[in-house]
Write a protein that binds this ligand. Structure first.
Ligand SMILES: NC(=O)c1ccc[n+]([C@@H]2O[C@H](COP(=O)([O-])OP(=O)(O)OC[C@H]3O[C@@H](n4cnc5c(N)ncnc54)[C@H](OP(=O)(O)O)[C@@H]3O)[C@@H](O)[C@H]2O)c1
Length: 429
């Protein structure tokens, strides 16, 4: 049986689980994968104290692993971009295949890393970088290779999805839901990149490179996070037949690719609206086959380690071509020209004629109003209210037109505040 020698850097959540899998499930891997893997060196800056196996060579200088001439496959699980990038580039230059779960590194430096890998004739495995244990990279790379992908839509950040689910079900505010996610170990101590949308946008840019054959271009991805969503919005959305989800979206129109990640109202009949808690899901629409949907755990040590080890087996089998194929005619551009129906929540003066005036502003921008909610609200003390919320669902509209609409609304003395504006999911095919 062919045996490959593995060097691992980083023994945190994911690295620790990879270490355990390789040490304790080697028989299963040999039976099911057909290869054996020998973990010959681990890089951990805390040294041996970070590792509970005595028979492993541990170094506190992680570059030793990338430079170790006996290592065939280098596994990077430290995260971040600076040192992780240095390690990965060194390993590639030393002729080692590389496996990484690092979406931040690939989203920003993917083109350079894959180019270097091609030059050095080595493979890069990155299944764990998107949707953790759910094999979506493999689906795009292999299972759907006979089809032209036209769009994808996915819930790619488990932390955000958990928080939105908690806010919707328990009616807790964002800050409380985030705290609970942290207590349960579902959110990092610093969850900024999860909740501001960066993490999902990085994953979407990786998917776009594979799905639409464009270079990695994180800069062209437009995104916002779930920190903009209030319990109020979830409640209105439910009333109108929608869930609010953080949706990463990629689309090929002619030869133009648009990629985004936004809090989005998703109709209850769409599968993605039913994906709760910390789960991930990705719907991929390809010409010929139509929609396929992938659902599963998007993070966590064991699911992510499972994807890392699957890449080990793939590379042992000979892998695939070194980089996502680029079709030069396809171009990834900023999303701003794409139109989507919208949800607006405004605070308006509680007086006759206001709704008619607001409707006129929408009409002025040539935007249709598809639904409108204004509930009777009374101040507990006085019995009347100065300002009331109004929720409007509009027809499809571009970002530029939304900007003009909001400017006009904000100039109206009857409108106290345009509080929120979210996209509404529309099925394209
Ligand atoms: N956790 C998940 O569910 C998940 C899912 C998908 C992908 N990923 C990706 O997997 C990678 C690892 O994530 P993780 O959750 O395992 O992170 P983690 O628990 O923070 O572990 C990172 C490990 O790398 C070490 N490390 C970090 N920076 C270092 C540096 N400059 N020099 C030396 N060692 C360094 C840390 O050492 P110390 O212990 O000494 O700090 C720690 O052992 C990241 O790229 C992440 O995006 C994670």
């Amino acid at each position: 049986m062919k045996s490959l020698r593995v060097g691992l850097c980083g023994v945190g959540n994911v690295g620790g689980a990879v270490l355990k899998l390789l040490k304790e499930s080697s028989d299963l891997l040999e039976q099911q994968g057909g290869f054996s893997f020998e973990l010959i060196q681990v890089g951990a800056r805390k040294g041996r104290s970070a590792i509970s196996y005595d028979d492993i060579d541990v170094t506190t200088n992680l570059m030793d692993v990338a430079n170790n001439p006996d290592v065939d496959i280098f596994v990077e699980l430290i995260g971040g971009t600076d040192f992780a990038g240095e390690l990965v580039r060194a390993a590639i230059k030393n002729g080692k295949h590389v496996i990484t779960a690092n979406k931040a590194l690939l989203a920003v430096e993917g083109n350079e890393i894959f180019k270097l890998a091609r030059k050095n004739n080595v493979q890069i495995g990155f299944e764990a970088s998107v949707a953790g244990g759910t094999p979506v990279i493999k689906a795009l790379r292999e299972g759907l290779v006979a089809n032209k992908v036209e769009w994808f839509a996915g819930i790619l950040n488990g932390t955000s999805n958990y928080i939105l689910t908690e806010m919707n079900v328990e009616k807790t505010e964002f800050s409380q839901a985030l705290l609970k996610a942290q207590e349960l170990g579902l959110a990092e101590a610093d969850p900024a990149m999860d909740i501001d949308g960066t993490d999902a946008a990085q994953k979407a840019s990786i998917l776009a490179a594979l799905a639409f054959h464009v270079p990695f271009n994180f800069q062209a991805v437009n995104y916002e996070g779930i920190d903009k969503v209030d319990v109020e919005d979830l409640r209105y959305a439910e009333e109108l037949g929608y869930s609010i989800k953080h949706i990463a979206f990629g689309r090929l129109v002619d030869q133009t690719v648009f990629v985004s990640a936004y809090p989005t109202l998703v109709p209850h009949e769409v599968i993605l609206s039913q994906v709760g808690q910390q789960m991930n899901a990705l719907e991929i629409y390809a010409k010929g086959i139509g929609s396929t949907v992938y659902y599963g755990p998007g993070a966590g040590p064991e699911p992510t380690a499972s994807a890392v080890v699957a890449d080990l087996v793939d590379i042992a089998k000979g892998g695939w071509q070194t980089e996502p194929t680029v079709m030069s005619e396809n171009v990834l551009v900023s999303e701003s020209t794409i139109k989507a129906p919208r949800y607006f929540r405004l605070m308006v003066r509680n007086e006759p004629g206001v709704i008619a005036k607001i409707s006129a502003v929408f009409a002025n921008q040539n935007i249709s109003i598809e639904a409108l909610i204004q509930h009777e609200t009374k101040d507990k003390n006085t019995g009347k209210t100065e300002e009331v919320p109004v929720v409007i669902l509009s027809g499809s509209v571009s970002d530029q037109v939304v900007d003009r609409l909001l400017q006009e609304l904000n100039e109206m003395e009857e409108v106290a505040n345009c509080l929120k504006q979210f996209r509404i999911y529309t099925k394209i095919n």
